[in-house]
Design a protein around this ligand. Sequence first.
Ligand SMILES: Nc1ncnc2c1ncn2[C@@H]1O[C@H](COP(=O)(O)OP(=O)(O)OP(=O)(O)O)[C@@H](O)[C@H]1O
Length: 658
Amino acid sequence: MTDRNGPQDRRQPRRQDRDGEQAGAPGSRDAQDPAPAGAAVPPQRHEPRPGPGGDPAGASCGSGLPVAGVRAVRRAGVGLVRADRAVFAGMLGLNAAAAAAGLLAPWLLGRVVDTVVTGGGGVAAVDRLSLAVVACAVGQLLLTRWGRLLAHRFGERASARVRGQFTARALALPAATVERAGTGDLAARGTGDVPAVGAALRDVVPEVLVASLQALAVLAATLLLAPALGALGLVFLLGIPAAARWYLRRARAAYLAQGEAQSALAGTLAATAAGARTVEALGLQRRRAEAMEAVADSWVRSRERTLLLRSVLFPAVDVSYVLPVVAVLLAGGALARHGAVSLGTVVTCVLYLRQLSTPLDAVLQRMEALQGGLASFARVEGLAAAPASSATAGAEPEGGLVEVADVYFGYPGADRDVLRGVRLSVRPGERLAVVGPSGAGKSTLGRLLVGIDRPRSGEVTVGGAPVADLTPERLRRQVVLVTQEHHVFRAGVRDNLLLAAPDADDTRLLAALDAVGADWVAALPDGLGTELGAGRYEVDGAQAQQLALARVVLADPAVVVLDEATALLDPATARNAERALAAVLAGRTVVAIAHRLHTAHDADRVAVLEGGRITELGTHDALVAAGGPYAALWAAWHGTGDRPAGPPPGRVRPGTAG
Ligand SMILES: Nc1ncnc2c1ncn2[C@@H]1O[C@H](COP(=O)(O)OP(=O)(O)OP(=O)(O)O)[C@@H](O)[C@H]1O
């Protein structure tokens, strides 16, 4: 390939690298972004990343979502190539042809030298050769342009495939898997790693492939033209892989440390800014300043370390470009003097070796970005190895009977069970309220009822089928959990509702809104078409909750678990929404995790959960009459009891527990 920019221009980007300012170059990513997406080892993520020493076969998991092993990443890469093999082959072919055209120009220049030296052919021959050089340059330009176009087309398509696959896999993940790994991990992969893979596929991979092809073509041509001179040049070029190897061995740890130091710096700064008033009120300025100084010192040291690495790599590479040229000139001159090679051949070899620095520079510059892209790809592909839903296509649930059979459950890592021998049977169409002190396990029971978590022992069945074994579609038709967290999508009211019932018409949507008392929608200028979200119509907490409840009405499941679903509504609205819901859900089973005791009052039966056990179960009137924990809770709620809090945990009233 002709080095059209000349040595000065070509060197410019690397000079910037040395100052750590060139995007995508070693050391610069972290400088520009404290949490670099797709950097080799983003500091804010704590899972192990597959590196050269990583798990080569499978996926490493730790406590977060898995990270794909080297083999899995390679398989996925091959899959992307296979999916677009025509474009990929075209890209390789065109770039190989461009590289070949680039080799012709130095060869022709060599012939010009020979023509001048031998005097054969005269000026006309030199003119012809010069015209051929121009033709080669134009040919190379056109081929390179088309080759790059195809390379970027391949990158864009592959990136779209990765994105689509990630979305599909993320949506198929069992809720418990996401919760256990932390939604932040999934979000970081979706917003950081997927774009990083996209950028790598669009820019880095094509660039490296093209540059590698060019370098190989130049080396092969040099060896073919003059094997002795080619071999000599190759020997002196070995300094480059040696320097790169030395650098790469140290770079991962050094950049990891730099990223961590940068994260610590940003974190300390953010914490100090966020807690400025507390810092001022408690006179903590000096301690915060010392903390800032400590993290800043560590950041500077980490920067110095990476700078040191770059300060070795780049001079070593620069020297390795010059040495082969000098060696070939010296040896070539001696050989030419003895007539072993022509002067033109020596000139061609030297031009080839000079030309080699362009693709090698490109590969070196992209090395770090490629490594970061691969690490991101491993995290994105890791989703394929995430524990899938254990759902089976077995039992088909029918009806709204809910049964909890001697269930024990504890969160991973906790030393004691949250639920301990819970037994409960809720008849189809019955409304059961679950009450109890904070931390008793009410929400946990709700999670088990809707299949988010699986009991450690015992079984939860809905409609006769174990919920943990239901496929997500069946599960959604059968049981729905409504919590205090209500997501309102940045879309119209209609679209927000259609999520629950894609086929519903406006009449049904309005009826569902009416059922939950969301009359504010009718008052909106665009009604169901009103766009919701920041900068548009912004719903408040109560309205978001009403939309969520309307979705439940539309989803029409056999069983509904309400986990403090109406807690954010003011008492009057909440009561209205619950009454409306009760009317709409007549004939369905409702398990309401209640913090307001009127919910319990309205329920058919009340279960009191204390310390992970059901200690009372019966109708509101019966439990009040029994004078036990529920009666005390009820009295306290009405302000007539002598105890302001709920019943003491762990008290079991024999004969009342279900
Ligand atoms: N994801 C989790 N991981 C670990 N422990 C958890 C998790 N969720 C809840 N716990 C613990 O399990 C116990 C029961 O929590 P749970 O939320 O089920 O109680 P609750 O009765 O609903 O309480 P509240 O009324 O305050 O919401 C608590 O000790 C809580 O700290």
